[in-house]
Design a protein around this ligand. Structure first.
Ligand code: M6R
Length: 611
């Protein structure tokens, strides 16, 4: 979490940094600041609150200079306040930091004992002290940083500047991402390419323990042992428009409405319409066959929304590929001393490709000699790079903190991947594949159709404003959608919501139901429909107000619910994607009508790079 940006070049650094931080505000938004070097001095401006507060302050500040760094914060150590905001400065050294320094108490104690005055409550300020102490001795910023690296434990991506060498930024990292953008006579560095694609499409991803010395006309990278590293640029070809709202009031709403197109992209790449076939790209056809040839079971590990997508994956891999599958929350998995069998295949899922717990789970699995498949949205992310095989979500940058299009893209890619595996394991008949293909081809248009009912979902949301508690329920592949629906409502509308497998209600949660409790029952027409309707009746009989989500013009569901949300008829495996759209819009409209910031819910950040 936290977003950092650095710039060296002829443009006004204030504008580049502020523009970049705006694109990174999804990573943290409780305070922000910039430090710009000019004429042997550093001008620092910090503000509590969202970036707008900093922008307002900077509007009256004339800035010169060609080198600067900036930060938008998601607080870990120390409350959100101006004094805890970055950049931190000590004797001409300025730093911005994303991450957590785990041994900060030891460092703090040592610094205080040796006479340093610590201003803030943050772990980050200590990095500035350490570098400042060293640079007084070495008179060289890179050497000072190299000396400090061994003293830091934890996760960090740091940019450092020093007044006495105003033409360089030294960047280093362990854990959270840092990407260097290359321009003509100008260079950039940031937590995420989104901050930089308006200026360049050429990037270098810094690896852990590397140190980069960035000047306006050069980028030098040094390994942990101080040896120069040669690294090729990655060309992205992203369109800067992709990270704009394009007329929507929120990124989240834009991302919800992008789903027909994002789903169509994956279908275009992974199916053959003429042959009515799900295809495996040649780049990984052999690899997939090797990995799954003797596989005994699959483990899917992820966090948050990606974990709920993984839960859907469990149903698919078992039903389509007949492969025993377990799912794990990454933060539990990594500390549980999981037992690995040599024939176990592990998959991790992460939109950002940087989630600290998911990355640690991946590394743990790799240390145990197993290959790891990942599904990521950010193509050159750390998780994508460190996986044996990485499947792209192909849904373009997702900026709203609440995941929407990445969730449905993951569901679809899981379905296509499970089908590819099923074909290798010969568990998907031609007839079953043709039936699935017909439904897949109709999917983008069906999602589009559901989106046209947005006004109707908005009205339904209005009818449920007064409820403080929501239970989302579903059975089979609808169960993960119940989990996801509850999470969307929690994170966006700050309402208490839980997702349950509808069959579990009698084992406890039914006691929660009374007339103040709303139930959202996901009941598409599939083989569990009758049982799901019985669960709905049980909730209703105990006074619950019900939103039912079903297939087509279902008068039975309409009769037994207070609001009915319809999705078009589809294949059992695709109902979850269609059902996701109304629940996303329900949460969006609830949150919007309460006046909440839908893109940046309180206390959250998009990319969770600390555990
Ligand atoms: O980038 P990841 O998919 O690894 O992120 C995992 C979770 O942090 C993320 O899905 C989170 O739960 C979202 N806020 C959900 O909307």
């Amino acid at each position: 979490m936290c977003g950092i940006v650095g710039y060296l070049g002829a443009r006004n650094p204030k504008d580049v940094i502020l523009g970049g931080l705006k694109k990174l505000e999804y990573r943290g938004y409780d305070s922000a600041g910039v430090a710009i070097l000019h004429d042997g001095h550093t001008k620092r401006v910090r503000a509590l609150g969202k970036l707008k507060a900093l922008e307002d302050k900077l509007a009256h500040e004339p800035f010169n200079g060609h080198t600067g760094i900036g930060h938008t914060r998601w607080a870990t150590h120390g409350v959100p306040s101006e004094i805890n905001a970055h950049p931190h400065q000590v004797n001409g050294v300025s730093i911005v930091h994303n991450g957590i320094i785990e041994n900060f108490q030891d460092i703090r104690r040592d610094l205080i004992q040796s006479g340093s005055t610590i201003e803030s409550q943050t772990d980050s300020e200590l990095i500035a002290h350490l570098i400042s102490d060293q640079v007084q001795q070495t008179q060289d910023l890179r050497t000072a940083v190299e000396r400090v690296l061994g003293k830091l434990r934890g996760a960090y991506a740091v940019l450092a500047t020093w007044e006495q060498s105003p033409d360089e930024i030294v960047a280093f990292k362990e854990g959270p991402p840092l990407v260097i953008g290359h321009g003509r006579d100008e260079n950039f560095v940031a937590s995420d390419v989104q901050a930089l694609i308006a200026y360049t499409q050429k990037f270098i991803y810094l690896e852990d323990q590397e140190v980069a010395v960035i000047k306006k006309d050069s980028i030098q990278i040094f390994s942990e042992t101080g040896k120069p590293v040669d690294r090729d640029f990655v060309e992205l070809n992203w369109d800067a428009e992709m990270v704009e709202k394009q007329g929507f009031p929120y990124f989240m709403l834009k991302e919800i409405f992008e789903q027909p197109r994002t789903l169509a992209v994956s279908l275009e790449l992974l199916t053959n319409k003429e042959r009515q076939e799900i295809i495996t790209p040649t780049e990984y056809d052999d690899k997939l066959k090797t990995i799954f040839a003797g596989a005994t079971d699959l483990r899917i590990v992820a966090c948050g929304t990606s974990f709920y997508a993984a839960t859907y994956g469990k149903y698919l891999f078992e039903r389509l590929a007949r492969l025993p599958t377990e799912v794990d929350i990454a933060s539990e998995f990594r500390y549980r001393e999981p037992v690995f069998n040599k024939k176990t295949v592990v998959m991790v899922i992460s939109q950002s490709g940087e989630t600290a717990d998911t990355l640690a789970a991946l590394r743990l699995v790799r240390q145990n000699g197993l290959e790891v498949i990942s599904i990521c949205n950010v193509k050159n992310s750390t998780i994508a790079r460190e996986s044996s095989l990485s499947i792209p979500m192909n849904c373009g940058p997702e900026i709203g903190v609440a995941s929407t299009k990445a969730f449905t893209a993951t569901l679809l890619n899981l379905l296509l991947f499970a089908s590819q595996v099923a074909k290798v394991r010969e568990t998907l008949s031609r007839a079953a594949e043709t039936e699935l293909m017909a439904a897949l081809m109709a999917l983008p248009a069906q999602v589009d159709l559901v989106l046209t009912h947005d006004k109707y979902f908005e009205n339904a949301a209005r009818g449920f404003h007064q409820f403080k508690g929501f239970l989302f329920m579903g059975r089979g592949v609808s169960y993960p959608i119940a989990l996801e629906g509850a999470l969307k409502l929690k994170e966006l509308a700050y309402l208490h919501a839980e997702g349950y497998a509808a069959g579990e209600m009698k084992h406890g949660p039914l006691a929660l139901i009374d007339e103040r409790m709303a139930v959202v029952m996901i009941a598409p027409s599939d083989e569990l429909y009758e049982k799901t309707v019985s669960n709905l009746e049980e909730a209703r009989a105990r006074g619950a107000k019900v939103i039912a989500l079903g297939t087509g013009e279902n008068t039975r569901l309409r009769d037994v619910s207070d609001a009915y949300l319809a999705i078009p008829a589809s294949h059992w495996a695709l109902n979850p994607i269609l059902a996701t759209i109304p629940i996303q819009l329900l949460a969006y409209h609830m949150a919007h009508s309460f006046g909440y910031d839908v893109d940046q819910p309180r206390n959250l950040a998009k990319s969770v790079t600390v555990e």
